[in-house]
Write a protein that binds this ligand. Structure first.
Ligand code: MN
Length: 318
């Protein structure tokens, strides 16, 4: 399965930064409850953004025991971003202050646009599977859209492309000629690549985008280098393709976008551009009157909302 015909090999990366190739960024591992492992691959101190993508959690895989409640994250606020939830196994139940209640399953997309302000909870539904495995991302809204009205979208399926040995599930944005119907606000791609069989895939990339790749399951090598689990691989703009050698059970996530070109502040669940903006959002959550405040109320959630952390805590970069 090795291509020995070097004359057929396309130019893959051009430009000074891109020629440095794919750099490995190990994720920080944390735990939610007893069993659930979360690999936080973005943000990192030296890698804040990939295009507009500013947050990446790889959740599980986890096997919940009998009597284990599963995931239960109470109502919390967001501003200035979109959350993208994509599952490989299991289910999650989203509830928000707009009144949406939505179970998400593998192959489906939950896309929440926080904009000016929204609050939501995330739980394992009562009739859940034993296993949970997924990813959750944040996409920073560009400055012109950061204060837009909040919204929630659910898609029961996403566009799919059949490549040489993998299927590409286009979660958000565009890849090649295809564009997802999910509403995003800057040029980007988010896609899961699922192997149908072991082999080599030459994946076309948008040269104007910077890209990230993360192995979620199975084995893969990236331009000949084995991909480590729990590691995000990043390449600067200039790459027109990447070669993946994959096992038959491999699943890889691709994210990318045009560099945002903006300085962002991430504090707790807020994306902003000034400390005043973050302080105001913090005050609005801490002091708001239910249910008419900026972040509304998740009326369908039975339990307490999350308290505001101390302002000094740089909770995203611990
Ligand atoms: Mn959230």
């Amino acid at each position: 399965m090795t291509n020995t015909d070097t004359e057929q090999t396309p130019v893959v990366c051009q430009g000074r930064e891109a020629e440095a190739g794919w750099r490995a960024w190990p994720a920080r591992v944390s735990r939610l409850g007893n069993a659930l492992t979360i690999e936080r691959a973005l943000p990192q101190k030296q890698l804040r953004l990939i295009g507009p993508w500013c947050f990446l959690d790889h959740i599980g895989p986890v096997m919940f025991g009998d009597g284990d409640k599963g995931v239960d994250v109470g109502p919390h606020p967001h501003i200035g971003l979109q959350t993208v939830t994509w599952l490989l196994e299991g289910e999650l139940l989203h509830k928000d202050s707009l009144g949406y209640e939505q179970v998400i399953r593998p192959g489906q997309l939950n896309l929440m646009t926080a904009g000016h302000g929204i609050s939501h909870s995330e739980e394992s539904p009562p009739d859940r599977s034993a296993r949970l495995h997924g990813v959750q991302f944040w996409i920073a809204l560009p400055a012109a859209e950061a204060d837009r009205a909040p919204a929630f979208e659910h898609y029961t399926e996403v566009p799919r492309q059949s490549l040489a040995v993998m299927d590409l599930h286009l979660v958000v944005g565009r890849h090649g000629e295809q564009t997802s119907p999910a509403r995003v606000w800057s040029p980007l791609v988010g896609a899961e690549l699922v192997a149908r069989e072991a082999g080599e895939e030459t994946l076309a990339l948008e040269p104007d985008f910077e890209h990230g790749l993360m192995l979620l399951q199975g084995e893969a090598s990236l331009d000949g280098t084995p991909m480590l689990p729990g590691t995000l691989y990043h390449a600067s703009p200039g790459c027109s393709a990447v070669r993946l050698q994959v096992s038959a059970d491999a699943r890889v996530f691709l994210l990318g976008g045009e560099p945002l070109g903006e300085e962002l502040l991430l504090w707790w669940n807020f994306v902003g551009r000034s400390t005043e903006e973050i302080r105001q959002a913090r005050t609005d959550w801490a002091e708001q009157d239910y249910p008419d405040g900026r972040f509304g109320q998740v009326t369908a959630y039975d339990g307490a909302r999350l308290p505001i952390p101390d302002l000094a805590a740089d909770v995203r970069l611990k």
